[in-house]
Design a protein around this ligand. Structure first.
Ligand SMILES: NC(=O)c1ccc[n+]([C@@H]2O[C@H](COP(=O)([O-])OP(=O)(O)OC[C@H]3O[C@@H](n4cnc5c(N)ncnc54)[C@H](O)[C@@H]3O)[C@@H](O)[C@H]2O)c1
Ligand SMILES: N[C@H](C(=O)O)[C@H](O)COP(=O)(O)O
Length: 329
C-alpha cells in the first residue's frame, strides 16, 4: 500500500471507462460510488460531463489529487468529442493512454487495483494499434509472461488456458508449459486472493468427448492428461480432462471450484448465459488486482438505452476486497 493509501486507510482504485462511444461513460454517470474506497476515473472530464448530462445525472467530478476522497477524475484528453454508439479510431490512442496511465499507477503503488470498462478491440486495431484485449495488454505492460483470465458469476468460475486467439491457433497454443503455468497461477490466486483451501480445478478437454480415447483427437492424451498429472504431483487438486459438454452439468460442477476451459468460447458462453450482468472478469497473475465487467461496449445502449450497472458494481466490490488482500504483508 502506498503512503497515500496508508494515510487514508482505504483503497485508491483506478477505473478506466474504456471505449468513449460505448456504455463505460454511462456507467460512470449512473453508479453510486461506495464510500469505502477512493475511485479515480482515468478519463476525459468533458466526456464524463457530456454523458452525465445525457443521462440526466449531472455530477461534479473533483480532480484527482492526494487527499481527495470519493470519486475523482484523473484527466486524459480525448482526441475528438465522442458520439455515443459510434466508435472513432481517432480516439483509440486516448483509450490506450487511459489504460497506460492507470496501469503505471498500479505498478507504482499509487493505485491499489484497476477496474476496466469495456473497450472496442476492432476500432483500436483499425487505428493501427495491435490490441487483442486488456488481459494481454496488462501482462505485457507489467512484464509478466503468463496470466490467466477468469470470469466469475455467483458460484461459477471459469478460467481460460487461451484467451483472444483465432480458433485455428488454439490447439498449438495448448502446450505443456502453458497448462503448467495456468494451473499454478489459478491454484495460487484462488488460494491467496479468493480464500479457497486447495481449490478443486476441473480441467476440460479440447476435443468432443475429451477426445474419445484418442479417436476424436490426441491433445487430451498427449498434453492435457500429463499436465493434470504433473499438477497433482505438485499438490494441486486438478481433475480431468473432462468432456466440455457435460462439465457444466450441475452435479459435476458442484465438485469443482473452478472450470479451466481450453479456449474463450468453450467456457464463457456458459458463464455469460448464467450470470451476464452480474459477473466479473479478473486477471490472475498480475502484480496488482485487475477486475473488469463481464460485458462489452453495448454501443446500441450508449447515451440513451437502459444500462445494467450490476457487473460494474460487482467489479468494484471485488476490486475493493482484492485491494485489501493484496495490501496484507
Ligand atoms: N471488458 C471488455 O473490454 C470487453 C468485454 C467483452 C466484449 N468487449 C468488446 O465489446 C464489443 C461489443 O461486444 P458484444 O456486442 O459481443 O457484447 P456486448 O456485451 O457489448 O453486447 C451484447 C448484448 O448485451 C447488451 N449489454 C451489454 N452490456 C450491457 C449492460 N451493462 N446493460 C444492459 N445491456 C448490456 C448489449 O446491448 C447487447 O445487446 C466488442 O468489440 C468486444 O470485443 C469488451
Ligand atoms: N474475454 C472477455 C469477455 O468475453 O468478457 C473480454 O473480451 C474482455 O477481455 P479483456 O479483459 O482481456 O479485455
Amino acid at each position: 500500500m502506498s503512503a497515500i493509501q496508508a494515510a487514508s486507510k482505504r483503497p485508491v482504485i483506478a477505473i478506466t471507462p474504456g471505449e468513449p462511444a460505448g456504455i463505460g461513460p454511462d456507467l460512470m454517470a449512473l453508479l453510486d460510488y461506495d464510500e469505502g474506497a477512493d475511485w479515480v476515473c482515468v478519463a476525459d472530464p468533458d466526456l464524463l460531463d457530456d454523458r452525465a448530462r445525457l443521462r440526466g445525472r449531472p455530477r461534479h467530478w473533483p480532480r484527482y489529487a492526494p487527499g481527495v476522497h470519493g470519486p475523482s477524475v484523473l484527466p486524459v484528453a480525448l482526441a475528438r468529442r465522442a458520439t455515443p454508439g459510434v466508435p472513432d479510431p481517432a480516439n483509440a490512442d486516448y483509450v490506450l493512454s487511459c489504460l497506460r496511465r492507470a496501469t503505471e499507477g498500479c505498478l507504482a503503488g499509487e493505485f491499489s487495483a484497476l477496474i476496466t470498462g469495456p473497450v472496442h478491440k476492432a476500432v483500436i486495431n483499425e487505428a493501427g494499434q495491435a490490441f487483442t484485449g486488456h488481459t494481454e495488454f496488462l501482462a505485457h505492460a507489467a512484464g509478466v509472461t503468463e496470466v490467466v483470465m477468469m470470469l466469475a458469476a455467483g458460484s461459477l468460475r471459469v478460467a481460460l488456458v487461451t484467451t483472444h486467439l483465432p480458433l485455428t491457433m488454439v490447439p498449438a497454443a495448448i502446450t505443456a508449459a502453458r497448462l503448467d503455468a495456468a494451473l499454478d497461477i489459478l491454484d495460487a490466486a484462488l488460494t491467496r486472493d479468493f480464500g479457497l483451501v486447495r481449490p478443486a480445478i476441473m480441467v476440460l478437454g479440447l476435443n468432443p468427448h475429451a477426445g474419445e480415447g484418442g479417436h476424436l483427437g490426441h491433445e487430451e492424451i498427449d498434453i492435457i492428461t500429463p499436465a493434470v498429472k504433473r499438477a497433482q504431483a505438485r499438490g494441486i487438486r486438478a481433475v480431468g480432462p473432462v468432456p466440455a459438454d457435460t462439465a457444466f452439468v450441475p452435479a459435476r460442477l458442484a465438485q469443482a471450484d473452478v472450470v479451466l476451459a481450453m479456449y474463450h468460447d468453450q467456457g464463457l458462453p456458459v458463464l455469460k448465459a448464467q450470470g451476464f450482468g452480474g459477473g466479473v472478469n479478473v486477471t490472475l497473475g498480475l502484480p496488482f488486482p485487475r477486475v473488469s465487467v463481464d460485458h462489452g461496449t453495448a454501443l446500441d445502449r450508449a447515451g440513451t438505452g437502459p444500462v445494467d450497472t450490476g457487473s460494474m458494481v460487482a467489479a468494484m466490490t471485488l476490486a475493493k476486497a482484492l485491494s485489501c488482500r493484496h495490501a496484507r504483508p
